[in-house]
Design a binder for this molecule. Structure first.
Ligand code: AVJ
Length: 329
C-alpha cells in the first residue's frame, strides 16, 4: 500500500511545509467571482528564476530601461543626500543596488545597505552581488516590507538620512487605493528628509504592452502557470496545469495590464491544503496579476498624496519608464 502510493506519486513533489497564509489566501481568492490569486505568490524558487528570465527577454524592457536610468542619474540621486542608509524593498538579484553603489558619487562615505525580501534565496543572491563593494555593510531582512523597513530605520546612524528604493515597477502591482496606502505606510516609516526612489513603468501602445506580458517564447506563460504548480506542490492541489492557457490584456480604462489563466476545458479542482474544491468551466479564468502603467505626472501626484515632495524625475523616452526621487516632507 505504502509502496504503491509512493509509486503513484512519482513525478509529483512531496507537499512542502505549507505557509498558513498561502493556504488561507488561496482559499479566499480562488473563491471570489471572478477567481483570483495574489501576484506576490509567483515568487517561489522557480517563479523567481522565471522572473529573472523574463527580465532578459527582448520584449520585457522594464529592467534594462531602469538600469540605464539608474546609471545615468546616480550622481544626482547621491547629490540629494548624503545618505547613510540605503534600503531596498525587493532587491531581486541586487544588480540595481550595485549599479548605484558603483557610481563614484556613492563611494564617498561608508554606507549601511539593508535588503528586504520575503525570499531567503533572493537575499543570498543579492548579498553575493554586493560582496565586492567596499565600505558597505549589508544587512538582510527576510521579512515583509513594512517589518524590514521598520528594522532598517531603527538601526540608522544618529543624524543619518535614509534612501529607500522601490524599483522595478513593483508599485504597479497595487491597485490605486492600495498604492496610496502602501506609500502612506512608507512615509510613516521614514523620517523627515529621508528620500524614496521609485521606478514605475509608463503607459504605452497596447501592442508593446501585450508583447511584454505574452512573450513569443512563452516564458511569461510559464511564470503565470507556475502559480498552479506551486499550489499543487505546497497545498496538494490537482490542477491540470497543461489545461490552462495564458492571457495578457491591456485594460485601457484602468491603465493596467492584466494576466489571467484560462481553463481550456471543464475541470474539477481539489486543493486539500487550502480546504477547497470547485470546478471550472471551459473559458473560465483566474486573474493572477495587474501591472498598472502611469503617466509621469500621475506618479508625482500619487507620491504627493502620501506626503512626499518631488526632488527630480527621470524619464526614459525609448522604453517609456520613469524614475522618481522624492523626499519625505
Ligand atoms: C515585477 C511586478 C514589476 O508587473 O511587470 C513580469 C512582474 N509579470 N511579467 C510586472 C511580471 C509578468 C512585474 N513586476
Amino acid at each position: 500500500m505504502r509502496e504503491e502510493s509512493r509509486l503513484s506519486g512519482a513525478g509529483r513533489a512531496e507537499p512542502r511545509a505549507a505557509d498558513p497564509r498561502f493556504a488561507a489566501d488561496v482559499h479566499y481568492y480562488l473563491s471570489l467571482d471572478p477567481r483570483q490569486l495574489p501576484s506576490h505568490y509567483f515568487y517561489d524558487a522557480l517563479g523567481s528564476a522565471l522572473f529573472e528570465a523574463i527580465c532578459e527577454l527582448p520584449w520585457y524592457r522594464i529592467t534594462r530601461a531602469e538600469m540605464r536610468l539608474l546609471a545615468r542619474s546616480a550622481g544626482r540621486i547621491a547629490a540629494a543626500g548624503p545618505f547613510t542608509t540605503l534600503v531596498e524593498l525587493g532587491p531581486g538579484s541586487g544588480q540595481k543596488m550595485l549599479t548605484l553603489l558603483e557610481s563614484d558619487d556613492f563611494q564617498e562615505s561608508a554606507l549601511d545597505v539593508h535588503l528586504i525580501d520575503v525570499s531567503a534565496r533572493a537575499l543570498t543572491v543579492a548579498r553575493e552581488t554586493l560582496a565586492s563593494v567596499n565600505d558597505v555593510r549589508v544587512v538582510t531582512h527576510e521579512a515583509p516590507y513594512e517589518v524590514g523597513l521598520a528594522q532598517a530605520t531603527a538601526e540608522r546612524r544618529r543624524g543619518g538620512r535614509a534612501l529607500a528604493l522601490f524599483l522595478g515597477s513593483n508599485i504597479g502591482n497595487f491597485d490605486p487605493p492600495g498604492a496610496d496606502a502602501f506609500l502612506r505606510g512608507l512615509h510613516a516609516s521614514l523620517g523627515r528628509r529621508d528620500a524614496l526612489l521609485i521606478g514605475a513603468d509608463l503607459a504605452k501602445p497596447a501592442e508593446e504592452l501585450v508583447l511584454a506580458y505574452d512573450d513569443p517564447l512563452g516564458v511569461t506563460a510559464a511564470f503565470n502557470r507556475n502559480l498552479l504548480v506551486r499550489i499543487n506542490q505546497e497545498l496538494g492541489g490537482d490542477f491540470d496545469v497543461s489545461a490552462f492557457g495564458h492571457r495578457a490584456i491591456w485594460n485601457q480604462a484602468e491603465s493596467r495590464v492584466e494576466m489571467h489563466l484560462v481553463s481550456l476545458r471543464r475541470q474539477a479542482v481539489s486543493i486539500p491544503g487550502a480546504d477547497l474544491a470547485f470546478s471550472m468551466e471551459a473559458g473560465e479564468t483566474i486573474w493572477t496579476e495587474s501591472s498598472y502603467k502611469y503617466e509621469p505626472a500621475q506618479i508625482v501626484a500619487m507620491l504627493a498624496r502620501s506626503g512626499f515632495r518631488l526632488v527630480e524625475q527621470w524619464i526614459d523616452d525609448d522604453d517609456r519608464f520613469a524614475l522618481t526621487l522624492v523626499e519625505a516632507a
